[in-house]
Ligand binder design. Sequence first.
Ligand SMILES: [Zn+2]
Length: 256
Amino acid sequence: MSTARTVTDTDGIVIDRMESGDTSYYLRVLSPDKGLIDVTARGVKKQGSANSAASQLFACSHMTLAQSKGRYYLSGSEIIRSFYGIRLDIEKLALAAYFSEIIRHTVTGEQTARDIYRLLTNSLYMLSEKDESKTLVKLVFELRLCAEMGMMPRLIGCDECYRTEKKMFFLIHEGIFLCPKHMDTRVVYPGPYTVMVTEGMVEAMRYICLSDAGKLFSFSLSDAALKVLSDISEHYLEYHAGKHFDTLDYYKKILI
Ligand SMILES: [Zn+2]
C-alpha cells in the first residue's frame, strides 16, 4: 500500500481521549472491524464542528476516517448513540472508565473485535438508557469478556463428577467448580479465591458466558447473589488477565 491518503468507513466508540492543542483531540477508538485504533480529531473543539458529538467520551458513531502515513484522521461522522446518560452520572462514568481500561489492556493493535465491541455497546446501553443495576452490568461485562478472550471457566459442573449440586465451590484461580464431596477430597487452600456459590449462581455464570449476545442481560438474580458473582468476576478477570485495574479501585471508592 502506498502512503497516499485513503478513506475508510467504520463504526467506532470513543473509549479514551486526550487534548491535542487548543482545538483537537486524540481519540482512542474501539472499532468492530479494526480493533483498537488511534484517531486524530482535528478542530472538534471549535464551535459548530461537525465531528464534535462523535468526539465525546463513549460516543458511538459511524466514522469516516482518512488514513495517511499510518495515522487515522476523523473526516466525517454520524452519531449512532451518544450514551449521554453515562456522562451525567459519576458512578456510571467511573464504571465505563473501568470497562475502557480493561479493553485497552486486552485488545491490542489492529484486530477484529466484533464480539467485544458488541459487549461494550450493549453494556453502555444498559447503563445509559435502561438504568440497569451497575452490579449486573459490571458482572456481565467482566465475565463475558473473559469468555470472549478465551479465559472461560469450566462450566460443566464439578470438575471431578460433573454434577451441579445445590451448593458448589468455585475456585477462582483454577476456573473450576467442585461439589462439596469433591471439595473435601482436594487440597484447596482456604482464602478469598475459593467461594461458595448456589446452583442458581452457577446457572447465571453459564448464561453470561454462553448465551446469545443479544440476550446477555435477560436474567435476574437477587442483589446478594449479584454481589457475590460480581466479586468473583472481578477477581477472576484480574487473576486471568494478569492485571490490577486502578479504575476499579476508583469506581469502588466513589460507591461508598
Ligand atoms: Zn463432585
